[in-house]
Design a protein around this ligand. Structure first.
Ligand code: SF4
Length: 461
């Protein structure tokens, strides 16, 4: 590998949430600026970066399997794809969460790790790893002491406000406005893997939004681990939404994920009143039972959550509400699970992401509460909730038949349905319409003609 003239060829693979997708765009920008070449397949690469997620065990396992696959495929003796030695770097939440496991475990043979606040140092970390020999998980510089190549320092300040992400052209752009979380919900690794909350300035976010509009993006989705706790130099999240909505060319603004505790009147008013702010709120409830909510340290009760959703619906009747739910949290009893079922029926979410509790290393729940709900019970509960939600989504979607909406075309026709193009309503419902001569980024007025639990069908009018 020549590290001087021709920089390494990098292949980057991303797992997990939208924040990781955004971070991967930052990584591409940082590496391109340092003259690294980004390649579309791992076979062409001599450095493979995995931007990882630590939110569930399943996500970990996927990454471990990929590390084996990549190292095996690139081992000339193994004769696999690529056929040359490759450097493997682990980025993202697993890097901070599992540093010791990843670096000490000889099975994994990774070459370096970089936490979510260390991407500006990636060029150095890659160069350093390239100059070393890997001996079963240990990194030994030629003739040097055993050492390990990593940087997982978490910052108290926004690290990337001066980096403009390298994005694919498109309709929607992800835009991180704050990072980290101060909430310490007991099941969650985010405060440990991504550190404390810090926000970018309004001017900085608006400047990036202007640039995005200039590049043809029509929608921005503001991101943060706890997006509505955004606060910078006296400006709160409602102020930020207003400022971003003043950018010409941007027609829709979405945001994810908010916490139910941070919904002051002022924010609800902006969502209800500002036509560019989409009428969709993803509002993770996690459980409908007060004892479980307390064990999770969610800081609201079931009654407060119901009061909030009621208030949102009064102020903004067209709002679509979606949620996240965890089933089988430690010690969750049947009758407590039934409270979650009742809450789902009360609120009638438009859709829900439902997960089985998965114990995460280093969290408060992992230290304090044994993961004692049997897997079979977790499965029963998730199946039950998914059935309820599916019926609810279908009922809600059918209620749109005959209604007219403006959709923003966001997705090219799929291979399965090449004659259809897809857009979203303000409330984030996916609508498929005959392709005709519509193109990405078009606003099309449609009438809804059909509905399934996941999508709507329509015709342009
Ligand atoms: S609010 Fe809770 S669940 Fe969300 S990122 Fe923070 S700690 Fe995790």
């Amino acid at each position: 590998m020549n590290n001087d003239v021709m920089k390494n060829k990098i292949f980057l693979e991303t797992y997990g949430c939208q924040m990781n997708s955004y971070d991967s765009e930052l990584v591409c920008s940082i590496l391109a600026k340092a003259n690294y070449a980004l390649v579309p397949t791992e076979d062409e690469a001599d450095v493979v970066l995995l931007n990882t997620c630590a939110i569930r065990e399943h996500a970990h396992q996927k990454v471990y399997n990929r590390i084996h696959e990549i190292k095996r495929g690139h081992n000339p003796a193994g004769g696999g794809a690529g056929g040359h030695p490759v450097i493997v770097g682990i980025l993202g939440c697993m890097a901070t969460n599992l540093r010791t496991e990843l670096l000490e475990n000889r099975k994994f043979k990774i070459d370096f790790i970089a936490g979510p606040d260390s991407y500006k140092r990636l060029p150095q970390l890659i160069d350093e790893a390239a100059k070393t020999e890997v001996r079963g998980g240990e990194v030994r510089g030629k003739g040097e002491e055993v050492r390990k190549v990593f940087d997982i320092t978490l910052s108290e300040f926004e690290t990337y406000s001066d980096v403009y992400p390298r994005r694919e052209r498109g309709v929607n752009a992800w835009l991180a406005v704050m990072r980290g979380c101060n909430n310490f919900c007991t099941f969650c690794v985010v405060p440990y893997t991504r550190g404390r909350e810090r926000s970018r300035s309004v001017e900085n976010v608006v400047e990036e939004t202007r640039r995005l509009a200039g590049e043809g993006f029509r929608q921005v989705t503001l991101l943060g681990q706890n997006v509505n706790s955004y606060f910078c130099e006296g400006a709160d999240f409602a102020d930020l939404l207003e400022a971003v909505s003043a950018v010409e060319g941007i027609v829709r603004i979405r945001f994810t994920s908010p916490h139910p505790k941070d919904f002051p009147e002022k924010l609800l008013d902006v969502v209800a009143r500002n036509p560019k702010v989409c009428k969709h709120i993803h509002l993770p409830v996690q459980s409908g039972n007060n004892r479980i909510l307390e064990l999770m340290d969610r800081t609201y009760t079931r009654e407060e959550f119901l009061a909030l959703t009621g208030k949102i619906r009064v102020q903004c009747p067209s709002i679509a509400l979606t949620t996240d739910i965890i089933v089988g949290f430690p010690s969750e009893r049947d009758e407590e699970f039934r409270d979650t079922v009742a809450l789902m029926r009360d609120v009638e979410f438009d859709s829900a992401f439902i997960f089985k509790y998965s114990q995460r290393k280093g969290t408060i729940a992992a230290r304090k509460y044994p993961d004692n709900v049997p897997e079979s019970v977790k499965t029963e509960r998730i199946v039950h909730l998914n059935e309820i939600q599916k019926a609810m989504s279908l009922k809600k979607n059918r209620a749109h038949i005959g209604a007219e909406y403006a959709i923003l075309i966001e997705e090219e026709p799929s291979e399965r349905f090449p004659e259809y193009i897809q857009g979203r309503t303000d409330g984030n419902k996916l609508v498929a319409i005959p392709k005709a001569d519509h193109a990405l980024g078009d606003f099309v007025q449609v009438r809804i003609t059909g509905a399934s639990a996941n999508t709507l069908k329509g015709v342009a009018i």
